[in-house]
Design a protein around this ligand. Sequence first.
Ligand code: ADP
Length: 284
Amino acid sequence: MNNTIINIENLTFEYNGHDVESVKALNKISLEIKKGSKTSIIGRNGSGKSTLAKAINALVLPTEGRVLVAGFDTRDEDRIWDIRKTAGMVFQNPDNQLVSAVVEDDLAFGPENIGVPPEQIRVRIRESLESVDMMEHIKMAPHMLSGGQKQRIAIAGVLAMHPDIIIFDEPTAMLDPEGRHEVMEIAAKLHKEGITILNITHFMEETLDSDRVIILDRGRIALDGTPAEVFSESEKLASLGLKLPFVIELANGLRAKGFDIPQGILDETALMEEICSLGGRHAG
Ligand code: ADP
């Protein structure tokens, strides 16, 4: 069985401005994404992350190579809506994604555009809002909501299209810690429900529950592996201008001081247990 849902073959993309030099934002990228997986994409500013997301959503088309989404070639104009239905995007600024004065109307917009019958649209709106725990805000104006809530509505808007894939393009960059947490919890829940997740982020902590972490550098893949594999390459990460997630940095620091902490620890609870098992004294 072929469980690849996104297939990127030798993808190069160049931005060609009229009065600026052309920029090769993606340079011969080949990548297969497995159905139901969660992949985080990181890399410093300008490394090509957003362009890669746009290439998957057919917002930019390959200069060379090809991108297949659920078997549809992004260059096939007749399949644009199949691709956008299959792979929904959540962008950085929630205000640019919410177009209507009332949450309910906003969520109807996508399904109406693809000809979903009105009674089914109502069902989809309810299900999507329940999925992001925002049903009680159905009649509200989006501008009355917090940043995290607005992103949840934007996610509901994508869910109303019944996507197989959701691409998050730095969805938490403009949110406070609480909003970030809300959005990442929902991404984790949707992943558990079987949706393929691509999360572009510059918060290293957000990548730790992924199946796979891909690091881009100047339009190429610099590292690709599980979080434990990728974050064991601390020198390479530093050379790419990236910091380690705090929990890994802390584990490395303890190890350097002679504490017997195993490799591959990715969350605070596990690290705490390791520290406790070293036989430290504690009250109670
Ligand atoms: P990232 O998301 O990692 O910050 P981008 O995909 O936005 O990277 O950008 C990759 C490269 O393409 C950068 O050099 C950037 O300056 C350039 N670029 C991005 N968007 C445009 C555009 N609309 N026109 C010209 N160059 C662009």
